[in-house]
Design a protein around this ligand. Structure first.
Ligand SMILES: *Cc1c(COP(=O)(O)O)cnc(C)c1O
Length: 395
């Protein structure tokens, strides 16, 4: 028998009482929660008594974060946290669909979402169509009697096209199917998905919401209570519950989210104009710019919060791209977004490397195409780094 200072019991007595409360949410790594009696446990499982049982089923650190995002999104029921953004995407596609169903996805979805649509769902007997979410007529033409949902992102990656969310939401309503919005890029700061007709909202908290590139986490919430419940049950069964520590870090990141977002997107607007004026820059893609193909839609949907992502293209081939990345001193050349520091990604060598050069050209992604996730640097200092890097690339 293992002993501790209290005698022969391994588990110590409860925490000391304190009339005052901690300001910071305590981290609760406990996997199990002890109930007093079988009656009490019964009441917990029946939902008559609120209480945690086993952390895969739910734990306080996850609920605190879910409720914080619920408030930001205006979610009517407590959302579900998953161990990554892809967990949230998977929960919707695998937890709600069955063989014989058909789904429509945006044709420029996040790479892994596209892969799930093109590889995994068909293997399970679920048919998929990938359509331009800016073209409601094309989406309408893809509808079938067994179409169950449409999954889109508001702003696409990396060409920053803007989906016709209002048109899609009217279409989904008319067809009696679900509109699922991955709101990772736009965040509830720029876009309240439920207010714009979404039935289900998805986030990768890994990106802007947590914001420090030290947490991997996802969120999903449905307007309909029964669907929200199904998502929760599926994520618990599939083992997608995140660790308390990741949730605890995410909560800390969320505290400064609004400030970070506003700062990053204000700097992104400055950087976009700065890049557009640099010799050697062929084009700049930023939805706030009047030359953006979806500028008016972005203005109507995003209410002046155009997000922190800027894409641009320089002249030249891979050599110029390498020179640019080397010249961008102090910035991370890394395939992510939403970090406190500015990150630069190069689709031709990362997210879109599997495509042929012709296909990439069709999508407007040459060797000189870069995507920037703007962080919290001083705007002037950031612009100076880009001037230097573009000069190095065109030299
Ligand atoms: C990153 C990302 C995801 C996936 O999130 P992970 O947390 O990396 O699993 C899904 N959708 C979008 C739009 C993303 O940017």
């Amino acid at each position: 028998m293992i002993s501790n200072s209290k005698g022969s019991l391994v588990r110590p007595t409860p925490l000391p009482d304190s009339a005052s409360r901690p300001v910071v949410t305590p981290l609760s790594p406990s996997v199990v929660y002890a109930s007093d009696t079988p009656d009490m446990l019964d009441a917990q499982y029946d939902g008559d008594l609120q209480g945690y049982t086993y952390s895969r089923e739910g734990h306080p650190n996850a609920d605190v974060v879910a409720q914080a995002i619920d408030r930001m999104e205006g979610a009517p029921h407590m959302g579900v946290l998953t161990s990554s953004g892809m967990g949230a995407v998977s929960a919707v596609l695998l937890g709600l669909l069955k063989a014989g169903d058909h789904v429509i996805g945006g044709n420029q979805l996040y790479g892994r979402s596209l892969r799930m649509m093109s590889e995994d769902l068909p293997r399970l007997g679920i048919e998929t169509s990938m359509v331009d979410p800016g073209d409601v007529d094309a989406v309408r033409a893809a509808l079938r009697p067994d179409t169950k949902l449409i999954l889109v992102e508001v702003v696409s990656n990396p060409t920053l096209r803007v989906a016709d969310v209002l048109g899609l939401s009217a279409l989904a309503r008319e067809a009696g199917i679900l509109l699922v919005i991955d709101n990772t890029f736009t965040t509830p700061r720029a876009f309240k998905a439920f207010d714009h007709g979404a039935d289900i909202v998805i986030h990768s908290l890994t990106k802007l919401l947590s914001g420090h590139s030290d947490v991997m986490l996802g969120y999903v919430a449905a307007k309909d209570k029964a669907i929200n419940d199904r998502l929760r049950v599926f994520t618990v069964t599939a083992g997608m519950t995140p660790s308390p520590f990741d949730c605890w870090l995410a909560e800390r990141g969320l505290l400064s989210f609004d400030l970070r977002y506003d700062r990053a997107q204000a700097t992104a607007a400055v950087l976009a104009e700065h890049l557009a004026a640099l010799p050697g820059v062929k084009r700049v893609i930023y939805p706030a710019r009047h030359d953006h193909p979806d500028h008016e839609r972005a203005e109507a949907l995003l209410k002046g919060q155009y997000c922190n992502m800027v894409s641009f293209e320089i002249d030249g081939a891979r050599e110029a791209a390498n020179a640019f990345a080397r010249g961008a001193e102090g910035l991370s050349f890394a395939p992510t977004l939403g970090d406190v520091g500015t990150t630069i990604s190069h689709p031709a060598s990362s997210s879109h490397r599997a495509l042929t050069e012709e296909k990439r050209a069709e999508l407007g992604m040459s060797e000189g195409f870069f995507r920037i996730s703007v962080g919290l640097e001083d705007p002037d200092a950031l612009c100076a780094v880009f001037t230097q890097a573009v000069q190095a690339a065109v030299a």
